[in-house]
Design a protein. Sequence first.
Length: 369
Amino acid sequence: MKLISYVFLFLLLTGCNSAEEYALLQTSIDSEAQLQKMNVSLYYNGERYSSHIREDYCTTPKNEESKVLRRFLLSIWNQMNEIDTLTADIIQSIDQMKVSLLKSAGKNYTINPQHSVLPNDFDFSNITTILDTETDFDLFNRSGKIDLFNQIKAYRKEMVKIVSRSESRQVVVSDINDYKDEINLRQKVDTQISSKVPNPMEDRQAVTDLYTLLTLPRHFIRNGEKISWKQAVFQHSNLIGALTQLTILQNKILNARSFALAHISSRYNSCGYGFDRILPFAKGPSIIREGETAEITVGISAFDSYNQPEVVLQSIDGQVLPSEKGVGKVRIRPKVGLQKIQGLVSIKNKSGVKKTEHWEWDIQVLPKK
């Protein structure tokens, strides 16, 4: 009986209306803490790529023979530093949002002023009640204050510029935040960048992936009503829920940073492929008779037997067979006449960045005897 009384008194003091509500609060706090740990792991994952380039640059001899290599490594290192400066700005801005939310809920919280990609370590265990922050929704809307949605858009735009930069050229993609689904978004992005990417073989897929990763939908439909992203995410949210959403955004940003650093690092051969050069190829019969089955072998030349390509068949119905020993195959039954078989083939480099190329094969189909 005493124990029940103590529990009731604790719930009364903490502002929780029930044991279930308190348990929900603790689960939410624990989940947010796990997200913070994930963000730390993402930070160090990105550091792995930049430290590799930094170490190679610092250990490359300062002689005439290594002059070109040092210049190349320095350019990659500078791009990585640009990414980190950009990322630190938005990560710390979101941390300040967390402090503002806590203060608006009557929680005095301070963080160490820093300009780091690594988010501050927040301890929300002192939140002992589920507080409704609906009245503080204006924190995310005030003119002249923080506009989180536009901050993410600006970050996306600058990241695409940096990752796609080649000499004096770079990609500037207009804002795309209205789309049906991810497939529709990718189509819109690819249409814009297809003719703009300086090095399409190296950067087209990466730019599309990066842009998609950092895109937030402008609107949601809820109960038949169109509402903004900020309303959908923050309005009517309790305190720990709003803080968790901000941590999730930091997760998205740090994930994009790791992806961008991996892609830039892959331009340096020691972090690229298991060979020096890649070229798409397709091999198969040039002439068959109607009704006969043809197999076309598709892959990447100078291939790695342990790195299987992904093959897509586009121009005709058929079967994509499982890839083995570094090559893929498709099985088709084309009509009579000269047929052009086309598709896509992709392979990942050592950093996990996928590169996609177009392949085609001409086949002459003769009539049945």
